[in-house]
Design a protein around this ligand. Structure first.
Ligand code: ZN
Length: 507
């Protein structure tokens, strides 16, 4: 029997994917649970990743003409109620502030006091509060478009939580725009969907499919919801971003009315779009392996860690100054328009253990430098996209000169690998028997290994969508944006259908 490869993460992906995920997040020191139920603490390594994601997205929002603003955390209950579908969609997950003071009771315990005249909802999303402001800002067609984004935290009360993927409080951005015409708002909705797709593929190295949600999966109050969907390594889908065409629904609710070019009065056309810290969970689940996190270089908090190998006390000064000079040379190089990010880990601890810590954190490159390497002016390099034991000695100068192409190669390789995995687990289905067996584990001991994206015909009826979900826990992820017109029969009821949609199990 072959000796089992030692891995840093127990269990492995194949043994218990959900538990593997939790262990990867923990081992990479990205986040941990907090004393507040359902709320996570994002630790410095996870926060640095989010900051890089935020910076990249923010740049893309600016390029497309958007500016940032900030709106209140609290939303008066009456604001949410203005849009009926909206409040109904969010009612079950609202945190509500009802008091504004604490007072000691007879036993000296602090209890809420000072009931509010109107309860305040901690924002689950900000359409209504932002709409109330746009109603003031927009008077004439000259005030349009309004192209604003907000970086914020939101709260959606969750009973079952999982770090990054589903937490009561999370960080996100929400774009909110108002336009003069339907066409302009429609174009904006699709433009931002395109921005998300580009961000997912170019920065996160995650291939995504774009499409429209069915009515059942639509954002509460939206006319159309578009999404990007990615496949995780357990073959489930992760909705990685959404862009909503809101029509005039929220403008009517908030009374965003403008004077038209010919002197009439018209409701504005609005959009909203968002991505959240959930994407960090997506990066872990797409690129992570049985040794831990794998950071795509475009977003990695650090690109290179230099690990000084100190065997004798006398080496210390020579090795440390060589490492400092190497770090400076690398930082003088740029990758994707910014200096290469380098750290030196000189902690006094076992070299093997130290190296494993960085593997688990997913840093793209580990560089070992010892007296022997210095004598040859060489470095010993380990790549996170290769097995941990596969390390290569390289001339120092060649390594420094080639750092940007090397990072680019790793980035491209991650995207390619993820694309191959997704394509290899995507299948066209024309019979319910095939569909059923695709979504049923063949091996009861490895329940994680089944399913994927099934492209099948759907007649458009909600009953068919519901019956498939009830039987197999499979949902329509989206109606692909670019799909071939192809006559077929609905996978559930056999009625005529005009094209295939994407079915999958999902987070
Ligand atoms: Zn049907």
């Amino acid at each position: 029997m072959a000796k089992k490869e030692q891995t840093a993460i127990e269990p492995t992906r194949a043994d218990d994917y959900p538990e593997w995920y939790q262990q990867v997040i923990r081992a990479a020191d990205l986040a941990e649970t907090s004393p507040v139920r359902g709320c996570m603490v994002i630790k410095p390594w996870g926060c640095a990743l989010w900051e890089n994601m935020r910076a990249a997205l923010d740049g893309m929002f600016r390029e497309t003409g958007h500016v940032n603003a900030y709106f209140p955390l609290f939303i008066p209950l009456s604001f949410l109620q203005k849009e009926a579908e909206h409040v109904e969609g969010f009612a079950k997950e609202c945190a509500v502030v009802t008091h504004h003071r604490l007072e000691a009771d007879a036993d000296g315990r602090l209890v809420p006091a000072g009931p509010l005249e109107e309860p305040l909802v901690v924002r689950p999303t900000s359409e209504t509060i932002i709409g109330a402001m746009y109603a003031k800002w927009v008077q004439s067609y000259r005030d349009l478009p309004v192209l604003v984004n907000q970086w914020a935290n939101v709260v959606r009360w969750e009973m079952r939580t999982r770090l990054f993927l589903r937490t009561t409080e999370f960080l996100w951005q929400e774009g909110h725009t108002a336009h003069e015409t339907r066409q302009e708002a429609w174009d904006e909705t699709l433009k931002m969907l395109g921005v998300y797709k580009r961000f997912a593929e170019e920065y996160m190295a995650i291939p995504v499919l774009t499409g429209e949600k069915t009515a059942a999966e639509r954002f509460p109050g939206a006319v159309n919801t578009f999404c990007i969907e990615a496949m995780m390594q357990d073959r489930k889908a992760l909705q990685a971003g959404t862009s909503h065409f809101l029509g005039q629904n929220f403008a009517k609710a908030s009374e965003i009315v403008y004077q038209t070019r010919d002197g009439g009065r018209e409701f504005a056309w609005t959009t909203s779009w968002g991505v959240s810290t959930r994407l960090i969970g997506g990066i872990a689940m797409v690129h992570g392996d049985d040794n831990g996190m794998v950071m795509p270089p475009m977003l990695a908090p650090s690109h290179v860690v230099i690990l000084p190998i100190l065997r004798a006390d006398g080496d210390r000064e020579t090795v440390m100054s060589y490492c400092a000079e190497l770090a400076a040379s690398l930082r003088a190089r740029t990758y994707a328009g910014a200096p290469v990010r380098v750290e030196i880990d000189a902690r006094d601890m076992n070299a093997g253990e130290k190296s494993w810590q960085w593997i688990k954190k997913g840093i793209p490159l580990r560089v070992e430098v010892g007296p022997r390497d210095i004598a040859q002016n060489a470095v010993f390099v380990g790549r996170r996209d290769r097995p941990p034991r596969e390390k290569s000695g390289q001339p120092r100068d060649a390594f420094v000169a080639g750092i940007a192409p090397l990072l680019a190669e790793i980035q491209a390789g991650l995207l390619e690998r993820a694309r191959e995995f997704r394509n290899g687990n995507t299948a066209r289905m024309d019979s319910m028997d095939d569909f059923r067996s695709f979504f049923t584990p063949a091996n009861a001991e490895k329940p994680e290994i089944h399913g994927g994206f099934a492209l099948a015909h759907w007649c458009g009826k909600e009953e068919c969508e519901t019956s498939i979900n009830d039987e197999l826990s499979v949902t329509i992820r989206c109606i692909p944006t670019e799909r071939e017109a192809e006559d077929g029969a609905c996978i559930a009821c056999g009625a005529p259908a005009a094209g295939r949609v994407i079915f999958a199990k999902a987070y």
